[in-house]
Design a binder for this molecule. Structure first.
Ligand code: HEC
Ligand code: HEC
Ligand code: HEC
Length: 450
C-alpha cells in the first residue's frame, strides 16, 4: 500500500504545497512533480514525488516557479497553466481531505441579478448552465445533470437557503455532484448573493421553446462517427500504419522491434493488448501498453518512446489493432491485479480538486449522478457501458490521437485538479478499473470521438 509520506499542511493554513518528495528521498520541494511512478521495480506502488517520468515534458504534471515567485503548471499547449496545488489530487501520497464543508453569513444587500446571470453563464466558472437550464435564447449549451431552474423563483424559497445551497450544497445534499462554489473559492460570498438575485428572476410562465436543442430534455442524442476502422474515415488508422516502419527500423542499440518479435506487428502482437493494463513483474507495477513501451522501447532498441509522444501513441494503436475483435481479457484473479483494481476503484470515487468532483459524479448514473445526462452539450458516458476499448482514439474536435491517460488528465484539469504524469501508476490503476467494465467486449482501436 502507498506510504503516507506527505507532509500535509492543515487546510486552514493551506498554501500551494502539494507535490513533495517521497520514495525514500529527503528532497521535498513545492515544485516537484506531483506523482510519478517508481519505475525501477523497488516499489509496487508509486509514491508521490519520485522524479522519474517517461512522458514528454508537457505530460509530466510539472510545476515551475516564475521569477516573481508565482507557480505555474507545465501542460499541453492550450491547456490552462493555473497551479491548483491547493487542492487534492489522485496522488496516492496525497492524504489531504477534500474541500471541507463550510458556511458563511450571507452578506447584506439584495444583489445584482444581471451580474448574477453573467456569473451563472460564465464558462470560466461553472458554468452553472453546464448542469442547469435557465431562461434565455443565449443559454447554450445547457446540461441537465441538475434540475431545470427556469422557474426556481416561483418557489419563493428564503434567500438565505439558496445562498447556503450555492455556497456549499452539501448542507442540503450531502452526496451531491454540484461543486461547493463558495467553500472552494470559485465564487465569493458577494458573487453568490448576485447569483441568488438572478435565480429569483426565474419565474413562469416560461416562453414557448423555439429550439428543441436548447433544452437538454428534448435535445437529440449524438450519433456516431461511422466506421472507426475505415482508414478513409479515421486518420488515426493511417497514422498507426506508419508505425510499421518504426517497428522494422533498427534503433541505436542495433535492434529493431522486428528482430525479436517476428512476423510483423499484427501477427507478433496478436492478443497482447487484451491483457493490458496489467501488473508487470519486471517493473513492479501496473502498466498499459503505452507505459510498457516507454520503458521497453529504449531498453531493447535504444529509441525513445516517451509517453504521449506520437511514436508511442502510433505504436500503441498499431499493437492494439492486432487484437481488434478479440475480447478484453484482464487477469483479475492475479493478486497484484486485484489489489490494483481496488485502488483504481477508490480513485474513481475519490473527490478531488477545486470542484470536488469524482469520476463517478459524471460517469455513473445511480444516486442522481450524471451518466446518461448532458453536461453542457455533452452526453455523459456511463462507465458500466465500457469507456476504454476504443482507446487510443481519434478526437475530431482536436484533430489528434488521444490515449486514455490524456483523457484522464483532461477530464479533471479544467475542474481544478493538478494532473499527474501521464505514466503515473495512479492513472494506470484507474485505467485498469475502467477497463474491467470492458472485460469480454471486443477491442476496436482506434476509435473516433468528438
Ligand atoms: C456538475 C453539475 C452541477 C453544476 C455545475 C451546478 N449544479 Fe446546481 N445542482 C446540481 C444537482 C445535481 C442538483 C440537485 C441536488 C442534488 O441532488 O445533488 C443541483 C441543485 C441546485 C439548486 C437547487 C435546485 C432545487 O430544485 O432545489 C440550485 C439553486 C443550484 N443547483 C444552483 C447552481 C448554481 C448557481 C450553479 C453555478 C454556480 C450550479 N448550480 C452548478 C448540479 C450542478
Ligand atoms: C532484444 C529483443 C527485443 C526487442 C528489440 C524488442 N522486444 Fe519487445 N519483448 C521482448 C521480450 C523478451 C519480451 C517479453 C519479456 C519482457 O516483458 O521483457 C517482449 C515483450 C514485448 C511486449 C509485451 C508482450 C506481452 O505479451 O505482454 C510488447 C508489447 C513488446 N515487447 C513490444 C515491442 C516493441 C514495440 C519493440 C520495438 C520498439 C520491441 N518490443 C522490441 C524482446 C524484445
Ligand atoms: C464534470 C464531469 C466529468 C468528470 C468529473 C469526469 N469526466 Fe470524463 N468525461 C466528461 C465529458 C463531458 C466527457 C466527454 C463526453 C463523454 O464521452 O462522456 C468525458 C469523457 C470521458 C472518457 C471518454 C469516453 C469515451 O467513450 O471516449 C473517459 C474514458 C473518461 N471521461 C474518464 C473519466 C475519468 C476516469 C474521470 C475521473 C478521473 C472522469 N472522466 C471525470 C466529463 C467528466
Amino acid at each position: 500500500m502507498p506510504r503516507a509520506c506527505l507532509a500535509v499542511p492543515p487546510w486552514a493554513a493551506m498554501i500551494a504545497v502539494v507535490a513533495v518528495g517521497c520514495a525514500g528521498s529527503a528532497v521535498e520541494t513545492p515544485t516537484a512533480r506531483s506523482a510519478q511512478a517508481a519505475w525501477s521495480g523497488t516499489s509496487a506502488v508509486s509514491s508521490s514525488g519520485s522524479s522519474v517520468s517517461r512522458a514528454i515534458p508537457e505530460a509530466r504534471g510539472d510545476i515551475t516557479t516564475l521569477a516573481d515567485g508565482r507557480t505555474v503548471a507545465v501542460r499541453y499547449p492550450g491547456w490552462t497553466t493555473e497551479d491548483f496545488g491547493r487542492f487534492r489530487t489522485y496522488a496516492y501520497g496525497d492524504t489531504r481531505p477534500e474541500v471541507p464543508i463550510s458556511r458563511v453569513p450571507m452578506p447584506v444587500g439584495t444583489g445584482d441579478s444581471k451580474r448574477g446571470r453573467a456569473l451563472f453563464l460564465d464558462r470560466r466558472l461553472g458554468p452553472c448552465t453546464g448542469c442547469h437550464l435557465v431562461q434565455g435564447e443565449d443559454v447554450w449549451p445547457a446540461g441537465n445533470v441538475g434540475p431545470d431552474l427556469s422557474i426556481y423563483g416561483d418557489r419563493h424559497l428564503p434567500r438565505e437557503y439558496t445562498f447556503d445551497l450555492v455556497y456549499d450544497p452539501r448542507h442540503v445534499f450531502p452526496h451531491t455532484v454540484m461543486p461547493p462554489w463558495g467553500a472552494a473559492g470559485v465564487l465569493s460570498p458577494a458573487d453568490v448573493v448576485d447569483v441568488v438575485a438572478f435565480l429569483d428572476t426565474q419565474r413562469g410562465p416560461v416562453p414557448a421553446e423555439k429550439d428543441v436543442e436548447r433544452d437538454p430534455k428534448t435535445r437529440g442524442k449524438p450519433t456516431g462517427f461511422g466506421d472507426n476502422l475505415d482508414p478513409t474515415n479515421n486518420p488515426a488508422v493511417l497514422r498507426a500504419e506508419s508505425a510499421d516502419d518504426r517497428w522494422a527500423t533498427k534503433g541505436p542499440a542495433g535492434k529493431a522491434c522486428a528482430d525479436c518479435h517476428a512476423g510483423g506487428v499484427l501477427a507478433a502482437m496478436k492478443g497482447v493488448a487484451t491483457r493490458y493494463p496489467q501488473h508487470v513483474v519486471k517493473y513492479g507495477r501496473v502498466m498499459s501498453i503505452e507505459d510498457f513501451l516507454a520503458v521497453h522501447g529504449p531498453e531493447t532498441t535504444g529509441i525513445s518512446l516517451a509517453e504521449e509522444s506520437a511514436d508511442n501513441l502510433d505504436l500503441t494503436v498499431r499493437i492494439k489493432m492486432a487484437s481488434n475483435g478479440m475480447p478484453v481479457n484482464l487477469d483479475l484473479g492475479k493478486p497484484e491485479n486485484a489489489a490494483a483494481l481496488a485502488r483504481g476503484k477508490s480513485s474513481f470515487n475519490r473527490k478531488v480538486g477545486q470542484r470536488d468532483h469524482a469520476c463517478a459524479d459524471c460517469h455513473t448514473a445511480d444516486g442522481g449522478r450524471g451518466a446518461g445526462k448532458f453536461l453542457g452539450g455533452r452526453l455523459l458516458v456511463d462507465v458500466t457501458s465500457g469507456m476504454t476499448r476504443h482507446f487510443p482514439t481519434w478526437r475530431t474536435s482536436v484533430g489528434d490521437v488521444w490515449d486514455m491517460r490524456k483523457r484522464l488528465q483532461w477530464c479533471m484539469t479544467p475542474l481544478g485538479t493538478n494532473m499527474l504524469a501521464a505514466d503515473a501508476v495512479e492513472y494506470a490503476e484507474l485505467e485498469m478499473y475502467l477497463t474491467s467494465f470492458d472485460q469480454g467486449q471486443p477491442l476496436s482501436v482506434p476509435g473516433i470521438r468528438h
